[in-house]
Write a protein that binds this ligand. Structure first.
Ligand code: SF4
Length: 471
């Protein structure tokens, strides 16, 4: 099938009319209408979400060749970076500030640690005047302004919900027949998978396949509330660095850099936990001075603990990440090349992960459970397949679409329920299209493309009229 005749391409053409000529405000895009935390901006930059090619404020072409490493000590944000600026290769650190004037406000211009900075990235600048970036030696540092429209397609997630009521499209959908509705929802699902795939491959290009896979696996372990802290942790402690350590030292780094170790009292810990903490501290106390910058409140990881179910507590998910690293070669090998993929074997490896401590503990402060709890349950493996594995493989091996279509919908999703209600109301189709994961994804895509773009209570939404073209 040629790329232009796939269901995804057909859906893309179907939706394009809605967006053609639409001027999208940054606020509408979820961009800078609200200040984005610096940590999140740094994480997006490091994951390649803004891309690799830029133009400086002075019109010079920039190609970032190496995004370097996240600095854990004093000085600029990222070290050992490399970029091609106007045809010349330059190597050195990169600094990212929310405001271009932060360079002077924070004293970087008078600090020799910033003397070799090759690129100053910023979000906001003064409207009326130009703020230059200069080093202690009065060298002008090239500046790049990061804008919301640079973000990879699919990054924007709108948090608002459309009203819970039957939509105007329910009548034409009901008269279309189940087969035509199914083809529409499958096409929108494939379009969504394609966008996820493109975004993940952008990260592969920037960070390399192994690190990109590790990063998105860590992100998936963050569930809904802790995806960003898990991503930043995986960016700060890259997989190759962790694999160079023995398991106890590796876990000490994970729990130390996450901040959980410093926040867990030793004296009041349960006996089994005391032993585990002692083992972690044996390594962490020797290493923690290297990471002091990340222990500052502004640099600490913003964990969301309140309301988390015990099984989803980030400490337990971090234990799962440690278990995953202990079996890394078995996890990554089938993902290294699309041809190596074997779903059954990979799922068996995921189901067999275990960890001496985390098999029986939900958190570092909870009493042990009576029986072992699986490290990564069936529904999480299902989500990882949907959000990591198939987006990774789809671009290289489109036939995995058939496997993707088989995934059951194991998790309840409020947005999906809302979308089904608006499109189908009480019709049996509302249930039919919530049983498979890809149908849920298709509903979500239509909901985001049309319902969340509509502010006329369906009256001006083009979706109902356009459905005639899908028949
Ligand atoms: S906004 Fe459009 S797609 Fe959404 S329910 Fe209304 S008519 Fe249907």
């Amino acid at each position: 099938m040629s790329p232009s005749s796939t269901p995804a391409a057909r859906y893309e053409r179907f939706r394009s009319e809605v967006f053609t000529g639409l001027v999208q405000e940054p606020g509408l895009l979820g961009g800078w209408s609200e200040p984005m935390p610096e940590l999140q901006l740094q994480s997006l930059w490091f994951a390649g979400e803004f891309g690799m090619e830029f133009t400086t404020v002075d019109g010079e072409r920039v190609l970032v060749r190496d995004f370097g490493v996240w600095n854990s000590g004093p000085g600029p944000d990222f070290l050992n970076c490399a970029a091609l600026i106007n045809g010349t290769v330059v190597q050195g650190p990169i600094e990212l500030d929310p405001d271009v004037r932060d360079w002077e406000r924070h004293g970087h211009g008078a600090n020799s640690d910033y003397g070799n900075v090759i690129l100053h990235l910023y979000i906001h600048g003064p409207a009326e005047s130009r703020a230059y970036t200069r080093t202690l030696e009065h060298r002008e540092v090239p500046q790049v302004q990061l804008r919301p429209e640079m973000l990879a397609d699919g990054f924007i997630k709108r948090e608002r919900m459309a009203e819970a009521r039957l939509g105007r499209c329910a009548t034409p959908l009901a008269s279309m027949g189940e087969a035509a509705v199914q083809s529409l929802i499958e096409a929108s699902a494939q379009y969504r998978l394609q966008r996820k795939s493109k975004r993940l491959h952008q990260c592969v290009q920037v960070q390399g396949r192994e690190q990109a896979v590790y990063q998105v696996l860590a992100q998936a372990l963050g569930y809904r509330s802790n995806q960003r802290p898990f991503t930043v942790l995986a960016q700060r402690l890259p997989v190759r660095r962790l694999l160079a350590e023995e398991p106890p030292a590796r876990e000490a780094l994970l729990f130390g850099v996450s901040g959980f170790l410093d926040n867990t009292p030793y004296d009041t810990a349960q006996a089994g936990t005391k032993e585990y903490l002692r083992q972690l501290w044996e390594y962490w106390w020797k290493q923690r001075s290297e990471f002091v910058r990340w222990q500052e409140p502004a640099q600490g990881l913003p964990w969301k603990i309140a309301g988390a179910r015990p099984g989803n507590h980030p400490e337990r998910r971090l234990g799962a990440l440690a278990g995953l690293l202990q079996n890394w070669s078995k996890i990554f090998k089938p993902l290294k090349h699309a041809d190596a993929w074997d779903r059954q074997r990979w799922c068996e490896v995921m189901a067999s992960l275990h960890h001496e401590y985390w098999d029986k503990h939900y958190t570092l402060s909870a009493a042990p459970s009576n029986k072992p709890v699986s490290m990564i349950g069936e529904s999480r493996v299902n989500e990882i397949l949907a959000n990591v594995v198939y987006p990774l493989l789809f671009q290289e091996r489109p036939a995995v679409w058939q496997e993707y279509r088989e995934l059951p919908a194991l998790l309840d999703n409020q947005k999906v329920r809302r979308a089904a209600l608006r499109l189908f109301g009480e019709s049996p189709l509302a249930r039919v299209f919530q049983r498979k994961l890809h149908h849920q994804q298709g509903l979500l895509q239509i909901y985001e493309d049309f319902c969340l773009e509509d502010d006329s209570a369906c009256l001006e939404c083009p979706f109902p009229e356009r459905l005639a073209q899908w028949q």
